[in-house]
Design a protein around this ligand. Structure first.
Ligand code: NAD
Length: 292
């Protein structure tokens, strides 16, 4: 397939490379020259204009920072410029309302489009092991699926347009809450005189068990390898967790629900981010605990 890829950053760079590796012809565009140079090294053809990149393609994939940029890119450079009938896949994490707006605009212009945000970080993007949660019509999903399968290990249809984003922010709100809870439990266990490994051995096979504990333990030397073992570098940056919690709170307001734990997780990550930890892995919040 001929595929335009827009947004070749930390995530998009590896995703575009995997599409090229799978034999697709990739027409790549990014505002940053360094991203374009890396894409060329990974077998993509690069363009200095998004409109040129989408000319003659079967599909457009985007991996961009936020909803305003996604709306601008599709509104100005993709809709009306890609061939009629092309399928669009926005893999960025953005707000549900923007996702639905862009998809409605694309459909009105004669295109099929899905929102397909991902679970998994830079390593999964590079390794082609992302999970995609996809919102859109059955027809759009069927057309998008083979493209997503070349970049991931799981592709799940979440229902109507915007539902991929809804699944993503609900999942990440739960992740933020679980991580804080896991950090608090380990901190308290230690203060009460429990060896952290002993607490892990007990809790990881008891009812407190969760992914933040057994796959991503916030304490170094406990559980499988995680960013805690590398000084809380790499992994999922606090700034990105905060972005997702803000999207979750915006969505909650629109949905008329009041997730108190989610709101508190957002406040705690806001404070951690503001104290110079935006690029630190989100499990590093454990360092703020245990005093007082
Ligand atoms: P990034 O900042 O590394 O990459 C974004 C890229 O988009 C940059 O290269 C930038 O130059 C480009 N860009 C910005 N505006 C553009 C425009 N108008 N036209 C073309 N290119 C433009 O960000 P990232 O970490 O790759 O994240 C991308 C998306 O993936 C975000 O929505 C993020 O929330 C989501 N995400 C990231 C991770 C992660 O671990 N990094 C995990 C899951 C989801």
């Amino acid at each position: 397939m001929k595929i335009a890829f827009i947004g070749l950053g930390n995530m998009g760079g590896g995703m575009a490379a995997n599409l090229a590796k799978a034999g697709h012809e990739i027409r790549a565009f990014d505002l940053a020259d360094t991203a374009l140079a890396a894409a060329r090294e990974n077998g993509c053809r690069t363009f200095s204009d998004a409109k040129e990149a989408v000319a003659g393609v079967d599909a457009v994939v985007s991996m961009l920072p936020n909803g305003a940029i996604v709306k601008a890119v599709y509104g100005n450079d993709v809709i009306g410029h890609a061939p009629q009938g092309a399928v669009f896949l926005d893999c960025s994490t953005i707000d549900v309302a923007s996702a639905r707006e862009v998809i409605a605009q694309a459909e009105a212009g004669g295109y099929a489009m899905v929102d397909a945000p991902v679970s998994g970080g830079i390593a999964a993007a590079n390794g082609g092991t992302l999970t995609f949660m996809v919102g859109g019509t059955d027809e759009a999903f069927i057309r998008a699926k083979p493209v997503l399968e070349a970049m991931g290990k799981a592709v799940i249809h979440a229902g109507q347009a915007g539902n991929g984003q809804a699944a993503k922010i609900c999942n990440n709100m739960l992740l933020g809450i679980h991580m804080i809870g896991t950090c608090e439990a380990f901190t308290m266990a230690q203060k009460l005189g429990l060896d952290p490994q002993t607490f892990y051995d007990i809790s990881s096979v008891s009812s407190g068990q969760c992914w933040s504990m057994t796959s991503y333990c916030p304490l170094p030397g406990v559980g499988p390898q995680s960013p805690a073992d590398s000084g809380y570098q790499g992994g999922f940056a606090t700034g990105l967790m905060l972005k997702d919690l803000k999207l979750a709170m915006d969505a909650a307001a629109i949905a008329g629900v009041d997730p108190k734990m989610g709101a508190r997780a957002k406040e705690l990550y806001e404070a951690f981010d503001a104290s110079g930890n935006s690029t630190v892995d989100f499990s590093g919040i454990i360092r703020t605990m245990g005093e007082g």
